[in-house]
Design a protein around this ligand. Structure first.
Ligand code: HZE
Ligand code: MN
Ligand code: MN
Length: 343
């Protein structure tokens, strides 16, 4: 897509300017890494969209998705692989739920499931998500969130203020409502969730893209990568930490805390070797043959070396939906690199 401009000429200028074209050409290698990671994401989600059925356990779903994604990305150490665990948050839970070992949760016909997974090549991360439902009664909720995310994508661009993206998203999101079982619910943007900048091996590089009005005036810049994601809810439009944690990630700013426990040191070595600064989950430690690591993991969290990312849930009984794409603000064009025929 073209970057937004104040008029026709400012919008087209970047696409024709020789200096911008040269800047673009100088960066083609890492753009292509994102494109490869995005293609693996598209193929994985296309397969999973037909595979997932009510009655499957969440563990079965995640294991099949991750197996598919590992093959398609050509997993190779930290050079290519899964960028973070498979989110499959249900109903009032909006984000960061993936089952831990022993979780017997079964997907139901009337569930609203957010499938949020990531791939990367050389640390160039695709963060992209969709909402899966079987019951058509949620169609307007999904339509609202898809429209809101596409509005965010359209509004984003070099020199655009983050707050202007948030305002545009909220206006579209909250123009929808959902009628279920004879009751009408307004659809709200979840005000404490947001999009974000993406860095090398770093899912959240520091800038946040709000999904409500009143955000920061900081601007998007040339060659930045953003995850544009929006969440709609029939509840309060505000999430809290809830349930058992499955997602973890190294604290990017931690400068080698002194660890006293041998178990914690060993676990940190496993994390450094297998994930570096990429996020991981308990199931991924299990499959590496780790066991009885929970006390060490807790110690690493207490020391600030690792941060826990617990599930984020709105009020019980409500429904939440999400759509997310990764975009590159290339000097010439805005590339919606994870765009597919599905969403
Ligand atoms: C994980 C993971 C997947 C995101 C994050 C995301 C994330 C990373 C906040 C984050 C904010 C709580 C973490 C994340 C993930 N996806 N935003 O898409 F472990 F498996 C970092 C942050 N931080 C505050 N400053 C420090 C970093 O998500 C929020 C929604
Ligand atoms: Mn995501
Ligand atoms: Mn994200």
């Amino acid at each position: 897509m073209e970057h937004p401009g104040v008029d026709e000429n400012t919008a087209i200028y970047r696409t024709t300017n020789a200096e911008k074209k040269a800047l673009d050409a100088a960066n083609i290698e890492w753009y292509n890494d994102f494109r490869l990671a995005a293609e693996a994401h598209r193929q994985t989600r296309q397969y999973m969209q037909s595979y997932i059925k009510p009655g499957m356990t969440m563990i079965e779903i995640c294991e099949r998705l991750e197996e598919t994604s590992r093959k398609l990305i050509g997993e190779h150490g930290l050079d290519a692989g899964l960028a973070f665990p498979t989110g499959c948050s249900l109903n009032h839970c909006a984000a960061h739920y993936t089952p831990n070992a022993g979780d017997t949760t079964v997907l139901q016909y009337d569930d609203v499931c957010k499938i949020d997974f990531g791939t990367h090549i050389n640390g160039h991360i695709i963060d992209c998500a969709f909402t899966l439902t079987f019951d058509p009664k949620y169609d307007e909720l999904l339509k609202a969130v898809k429209d809101a995310t596409n509005t965010g994508i359209k509004t984003a661009g070099i020199d655009v203020r983050l707050c202007d993206v948030g305002k545009a998203i909220q206006e579209v999101m909250e123009s929808y409502e959902l009628e279920i079982n004879g009751k009408t619910y307004p659809i709200k943007s979840i005000r404490n969730l947001n999009g974000h900048s993406i860095g090398s091996y770093r899912i959240h590089a520091g800038k946040t893209v709000p999904i409500v009005k009143g955000g920061e005036e900081t601007k998007m810049e040339e060659n930045e990568v953003f995850a544009i994601e929006t969440f709609g809810s029939t509840g309060r439009g505000f999430v809290n930490d809830d349930m058992e944690t499955s997602h973890y990630m190294k604290n990017y700013n931690d400068s080698h805390s002194l660890l006293r426990l041998a178990g914690s040191k060993k676990l940190l070595n496993v994390i450094n070797q297998n994930f570096g600064t990429l996020a991981f989950c308990r199931r991924w430690l299990d499959r590496l043959g780790q066991s009885r690591y929970l006390l060490s993991l807790k110690d690493l969290c207490d020391k600030g070396v690792i941060d826990p990312y617990p599930p984020l849930c709105d009020v019980k009984g409500c429904y939440t939906a999400q759509y997310e794409h990764t975009i590159i603000l290339r000097p010439t064009y805005k590339e919606v690199v994870s765009r597919g025929e599905d969403y």
